[in-house]
Design a protein around this ligand. Structure first.
Ligand code: DC
Length: 238
């Protein structure tokens, strides 16, 4: 057990299927840091909208999403997602939420509310003397523009769809690769094309193509980057 600890904020952005969640959690666990999955927050708010029977793209979705009490745990070993006190970790990964989340997350008012909560989680970690790995779409550009390390993960559409497909199968969700590819491309285009905080790399982000890397390969690359930036204290870099 090394005593290496992350200092400060690591912002991890990129489209779905780049392995963001897995490596963000792994990096945080490895470096005694907290971890924040901001996509889970947008997903939980979306579930609230769907449960209320509102159209995710309509203005009437906004007050429902804003009023939702969303709690996302920041311990990388115990990821939890609650909506109004109920554990919704599995439900938010289902097809209904996945296809509606881009519409809900495109509402600027919803983003303001959740970005505020994300910044509080980051501030709490830093105040406790801990580092935090934050993953999403706009972390380096909007949520934590001063983060000392920003990484933008990419991978080819085909690789990302295939990862999503395997993930779905492991979780017992049915689907086929061709429709997953269509869904991945659709979500990318909605997330990159929206007016409010579109998905894009920050100007000072390091881009890491994960198409040819496995989880350990991405983790090693990230560990190298945090060490290079002097963001690891205690022990040796690896
Ligand atoms: O990372 P994910 O697939 O769980 O994210 C779900 C959706 O939430 C994604 O399609 C866009 C949105 N999102 C966002 O708009 N901003 C973030 N910081 C994180 C996610």
């Amino acid at each position: 057990m090394g005593a290496e600890r992350l200092r400060g904020v690591v912002a991890l952005d990129g489209p779905s299927g780049t392995g963001k969640s897995t490596v963000a959690r792994g990096l945080a666990a490895r470096l005694g840091a907290r971890y924040l999955d901001t996509g889970a927050m947008y997903r939980a708010a979306t579930l609230a909208v769907l449960r209320a029977g509102e159209d995710p793209a309509a203005p009437s979705a906004i007050p429902v999403a804003v009023a939702a009490v969303v709690e996302v745990g920041s311990d990388p070993d115990v990821p939890t997602v609650r909506l109004d006190g109920e554990d919704v970790a599995d439900e938010i990964r289902g097809e209904a939420v996945t296809s509606a989340v881009s519409a809900v997350s495109a509402h600027p008012t919803v983003r303001v509310r959740l970005v505020d909560q994300q910044r509080r989680t980051i501030a709490d970690a830093l105040a406790a003397g801990l580092g935090i790995v934050v993953e999403g779409r706009d972390i380096g550009t909007v949520v934590a523009p001063d983060a000392p390390l920003k990484v933008y993960l990419t991978a080819s559409d085909e690789v990302r769809a295939s990862r999503r497909d395997s993930e779905d199968r492991r979780a017992g969700r049915t689907g086929d690769l061709a429709s997953t590819l269509v869904a991945v491309r659709r979500r990318d285009s909605l997330d990159s094309g929206r007016a409010a905080s579109p998905l894009r790399p920050a100007d000072d982000a390091v881009t890491l193509d994960t198409s040819e890397l496995d989880v350990d390969g991405v983790l090693s690359a990230l560990l190298e980057l945090v060490a290079e930036r002097g963001l690891v204290s205690g022990g040796t870099a690896r």
